[in-house]
Write a protein that binds this ligand. Sequence first.
Ligand code: BT5
Length: 327
Amino acid sequence: MKEAGIDAKILELFRSGGGFVSGESLSRLLGLSRTAVWKHVKGLRAEGYLIEAVPAKGYRLVSSPNLLTPLSLTAGLDARRIGATVVCLKQTESTNTVAFKLAQEGAAEGTVVIADQQTAGKGRLGRVWLSPAGVNLYLSVVLRPAISPVAACQLTFLSVVAVARAIESCTALAPQIKWPNDILIGGKKVAGLLNEMNAETEKVNFVVLGIGVNLNMRLAQLDESVLRHPATSLLEAGGEEVDRLDFTRTLLKELDGLYHRFLTEGEGAIRAEWLERSAMRGRRVKVNCGEREFTGRVTGVDTFGALLVELTDGTLETVLSGDVALI
Ligand code: BT5
């Protein structure tokens, strides 16, 4: 086992044991000497874990640091794929750019890149994603699904649903999905997603899922002149700070579970959940496709993520990309 793997295992044993875990059982379960176990405990303390050591009783985890570190994010997560490797950066241009580069260099499926701050966070179509330091979540995941490039847009369903579920599980707020990739609370944007792909004609080499969630940001931290629509954060909307570590772990778990489901069962169930949570289902909308604008009623999304809009004369439009606003 690698050194970091041992630390993660120790934290997992502490968490599952609840109370004290004896040095003897730790060394037996890890196959290490008591001295080696002690060295690891010292190392974890240096990283901010508060670990009590009582003679004849053993060790007890009192508290964990609230920092986004590979160890704090992955200990006890039981990731099947997503989160097997986590890279945490203090500051970077864009986690998507870093993850894309890592993927080109051969990074394994499930590699996650997280940054405390982005200096050139990317939105869709060359737009910016404002990414102030220390308050939000900026995360990218490398996936290597054996699917065709046209099917890759189905992965958007997955990240949108995962973010909505994580918001519900960590707050009392009710997130709503806005096609194609926004998550809103009370009509204001709280999260955005940007998937980027590297593919050949028939096959996807890799996809980078980029996820930005406004957690504890105050609106004053955003340059409002950049915003095309009203924005919010979980703190602004719910009035309470969100535990960043807890939120990120929850999100990674949801992503991992949904991606497993996507690979084993296909996108059907995830798309159905997407639709159920959609703010647009059955609503009248105005669609702007760049060259053309029209209004109609949303009837659903197709298997490739295109929005289905019924015009007043009954014709069905399939919207692959564009901006859609509720009327
Ligand atoms: C998106 O684009 O919503 C995709 C955002 C993806 C961000 C993540 S963060 C991790 C990863 N690394 C990256 O570099 N990107 C991804 P779009 O639908 O085009 O929305 C962009 C628009 O949202 C901007 O033009 C602004 O109007 C608005 N906006 C920018 N920053 C925002 C923020 N922090 N909160 C809410 N709205 C914002």
